[in-house]
Design a protein around this ligand. Structure first.
Ligand SMILES: [Cu+2]
Length: 149
């Protein structure tokens, strides 16, 4: 997994050249939520630069607000912790994926598979990145689903 991410980061650095955004965003998607539930968004943040970047806020027109969360298991109970920032060290990648870091779309509009959600990611340097994320049906036992495991 780690080796694969390094390869991805290398390709991105070559492809985007000197005028790159401070953070590259790949593999963005939103899990289609059950009716009335919040939706989780997943993506990979790649920092091709020489300085640490911090994602400090996110927003979207597809929901009331966006929070940064980390899924943790404490005493066998799955919980989510709100984060103030997600840090991406220089030259490294951070993966937001089911059962780990994610963006939580609070009170989303109805989302159907195939819809596109635009996420705006604010960095501590003042830049804002717009990310186009497709809505996909999630696996029933992944991430936020209250499965039987
Ligand atoms: Cu969450």
């Amino acid at each position: 997994m780690k080796a694969r991410l390094c390869v991805v980061a290398g390709i991105l650095a070559i492809a985007t050249g000197a005028a790159a955004d401070p953070l590259e965003v790949t593999d963005a998607w939103v899990r289609q939520p059950p009716p009335g539930a919040n939706a989780a968004a997943y993506l990979t943040l790649v920092n091709p630069g020489a300085t640490t970047q911090r994602l400090v806020a996110a927003s979207s027109d597809a929901c009331e607000r966006v929070e940064m969360h980390r899924s943790v298991v404490e005493n066998g109970v799955a919980r989510m912790r709100a984060l103030q920032a997600i840090e991406v060290p220089a030259g490294q990648s951070v993966v937001l994926a089911p059962r780990g870091l994610h963006l939580m779309l609070i009170a989303p509009k109805p989302l159907q598979e195939g819809d596109r959600v635009v996420l705006r990611l604010a960095l501590d340097g003042g830049e804002t990145l717009a990310v186009d994320a497709p809505v996909r049906a999630g696996t029933p036992h992944g991430g936020h689903a209250k499965g039987h495991h």
